[in-house]
Design a protein around this ligand. Sequence first.
Ligand code: GLC
Length: 586
Amino acid sequence: MSGPEALPISGPGRQDDWRRWVVYQIYPRSFADSDGDGVGDLRGVLSHVDYLQRLGVDVVWMSPVYRSPMDDNGYDISDYTDIDPLFGTLADLDELIAELHARGMKLVMDLVVNHTSDEHPWFAESRSSRVNPKRDWYWWRDPRPGMTPGTPGAEPTNWESHFSGPTWTWDEKTGQYYLHIFSTRQPDLNWENPEVRQAIYAMMRWWLDRGVDGFRMDVINMISKDTSLPDTQPRPGSPYGPGDQYFTCGPRNHEFVQEMYREVFAGRDAHVLTVGEMPGVTVPEAVLFTDPARHELDMVFQFEHVQLDIGAHKYDLRPLRLPDLKASLARWQAGLAERGWNSLYWSNHDQPRSVSRFGDDGPHRIASAKTLATVLHLHRGTPYVYQGDELGMANAPFTAITDYRDIQALRFYAEAAALGTQSAWKGGLPALLLAMAKMSRDQGRTPVQWDASPGAGFTTGTPWLAVNPDHVTVNAAAQLDDPGSVLAHYRRLIALRHADPVVTDGDFELLLPDHPTVWAFLRRTPDAELLVAANFSADVTGVRLPLDDWAGASVVLTSHSGDPLQPPPDLKLRPWESAVWRRDRS
Ligand code: GLC
């Protein structure tokens, strides 16, 4: 039999090296609902820990479950040390930590500390009066001189919020504006204030002492702003424009993250896994953030490859060229080869389904889901499996605005409807709905498809966001014991990483960078090498790889049953076929 089962397991201690771990992301609202209210919860997660163990993942990252008014589905936190009743209790969380640990898995919590909810007691105090001791915990500023407060253009800067409209909201009571990069209900914390930082660090220590194993840090490259708050270039026809250059990777970002390391992570017995979400981060910045000698973070989520198919904003769709996608990933591989570490992802709760976006969710759904997974997991770095991707879940057939729940989508649509071509959208509402069906965050948030029953095994009630009707065929129950399933392929990929050090340690060389539909690369250590070749098209594709004779190599993983039609270097790949070959170098 070919496959990772046939590979020698590398020596003991392997699992202690965090670079060999695979992370699985749970978006709890959409994972599993234990009480029939239509919203996923912690007891739902608890009922699937054996599924996660069988998948083979090492770490579970869970999107926020803290107390929250749910303006942004929990990314607006009103109490950092309690669980929202919608999701369960602290006792449920303790049980989840224990059950994961008992199975050799770890739990990484989402850490949302660029902002809080406007219902957080810190903000309630801060907004209560100009002389409140917590006034300076958030960004309060006077209106622009000579302008009428609360009218468009009177804001302290002309930055546009990531959720449409200005980044400043007028607060009548104390006669100032507060800053919020995201929704009006997500005021930005002022990290310039050392008391804020100490309060955050204390909270993080509290979670580590409780047993969690790491943090995924939400927009952590937005915590340091240009304190002179400069105006940005407005979009044509609008008073506002993107101000990201003034609040991403700001002047004190590294200093703050290093301080966090010293105050929270240094000296802990076990490695604390850290990944920073960083929209707009560049390769040189990422090297600084992840160079182990600098004691900042293990890895960052960069956004380059999920912005190749969009223009000015999320719904400004552009055709994706495979050579650009290959080049982007290869540039990050090269940039972090000597210092630092990559994270690898196709999707998450902010992105549409990967098989619909990068693969073929029609006749080649299964093959393309497997091939996408193979290509991603065989790059160097830590792979992230987003819930449902391991089942080949696809975008849902959403057509109406009432299909959507996400604040980002709803606000963008409302602004387009109200302002027409003066909004960021120029193309009319029917066209916007078509673009939203492709790119909306809700597409990544439809409930996990556990079985073919009406609620997809996700809920016995009415799901908060519609279940994709394709769950009658695309579901976990149908795949659990099917060796040809996408799920089985993910299990093999994860096992391959655990078994073969070349997957983690090997260097990376892209082959045929300009080929329009074939993605091929080598991974190499002094002892062995892996060759990955994938057909990103629905056509049978013949290709000659620039390699010597690999005829004697073993096939360790394939997307299709049976070996590829021809051995490398002269390949003939079936639609969306991919394969991994291995040979010793000695
Ligand atoms: C991050 C989260 C996203 C959230 C935003 C504001 O990008 O992943 O879901 O809306 O931050 O917290």
